[in-house]
Design a protein around this ligand. Sequence first.
Ligand code: NAD
Length: 503
Amino acid sequence: MSQHHGADGDDEYGLFVDGAFRSGTSGDRIDVTFPYDGSVWATVPRGTAADVDQAVAAARDAFEGEWGTFGGSERRRVLDQIADVIEAHTDELAELETRQNGKLIREMRGQMESLGEWYRYYGGLAEDLGGRSIPVENKAETGGMTVHTREEPLGVVGAITPWNSPLMLTTWKLAPALAAGNTFVHKPSEETPVSALRFAELVAERTDLPDGVYNVVPGYGPEAGEALVDHDDVDKLAFTGSSTVGREIAKVAGEQLIPVTLELGGKSPNIVFESANLENAVNGVIKGIFAATGQTCVAGSRVFVHETIHDEFVDAFTDRASEISLGNPLDPDTQMGPIAFPEQWETVASYVDRGAEEGATVAFGGDRPNDLPGECFIEPTILVDVDNDMTVAQEEIFGPVASVIPFADEAEVIDLANDTDYGLAAGVWTEDMRQANRLVERIEAGMVWVNEYRAVSHKVPFGGYKDSGLGRENGREALEEYLQTKSVWYDQSGEVSDPFSLG
Ligand code: NAD
């Protein structure tokens, strides 16, 4: 099945296997809705285990076929072509992202504008892949033994992504996986499958990536997702999503003895000290929790504020929150869009209620604004009188809900910040750099931003401590996640060896 633009504006997509769209084996389809108003604007096949089987077979064939013959420089050339494709289709891809998940067009455009950098960066690393030469003692006198390592791909990568930044989180896996020489089967979120399908089509049409290297099977987690995780011809799993599902995937990877990279949830502390530039800190806290309507894994959802500036901070924070303009995410002036789908809205709202039941006070927001369409809008919400033990301070909400918690001194806030199962990110707002350094050393998190929040780069490792994940995406570290090392020993001495001595 090829992409079909119907007269009513609906788009019907196939699944993308072996370089072309095809129909799903089930015949069932999944609706894709625009969260702003709940309208259905596309459908995709509901992928099954049989579809996953076909995609994995195509990926295996591609791995053993033409793609396996591509050297690092040839892979670099293809990765550069992929970057060119994204850069030529920034607006189209950004709009698809916004129409699937309701995130702001201005943020999605920004993401699409930077995405090519990942392919260019990993393309450069592909060209530089080689291994190393290791001097060994054996037969040193005759100089007959040489050892080197080879950095080799793992094979077929199974990747599963969430709905909040679909193409960016796909790219964090796909770019290093391709650079290393692997092939890829991708199960995007059932909420946001369209951008991956269109991207795969563009890549097939406009680059020299061989058919079968990048395959996309949309579908539900417990169906297509589980089939991919359980598949015995997949050599590596890469997952971004909740810690609950991540833990299950890690169990299967353990059974199959295959490597897994997990990027999971967070409950990140954003810590404001008394010396902080208050205006900057308020803006940073807003960015941490209300950008993307709080639907980011690094959301700074626990806002620790020194007790001497607590009230002043809360006043400035609520003032600033009250100025945020909610609306259509396709309008470039909108500052906060809807939640991605109604069930997630219910989850967020139920956490606000739970917070109130446990003794928190809603200082701002908490309701559905009545002047906006659809079922997915919620006001930016600030909870005060929060204790770090409350449910709202311990569980990931994945919505625009900030819990403000006062602290008395540095030692206390370090303990509170680390008193969570998660360890993804942290923010520290202070003008005292010695204090910042002490925090940087003691905070248990994969990323710490000082007087900044939510910055990412293709060059900088991204990932979590504790229940927030395993392994790293981005940077040179991510490439290692898609490689395995082969050590090669050459005896060139010509000597006849003694079978009973080692070496
Ligand atoms: P989710 O775990 O419910 O789903 C993620 C993906 O897993 C989806 O594609 C889903 O279909 C699939 N899935 C669900 N059950 C599955 C199963 N049994 N087997 C295989 N696949 C299955 O998460 P979500 O609600 O889509 O996304 C939000 C979560 O993702 C949050 O916890 C958030 O913190 C996390 N996240 C983490 C990062 C990061 O980089 N650390 C980035 C973005 C989002």
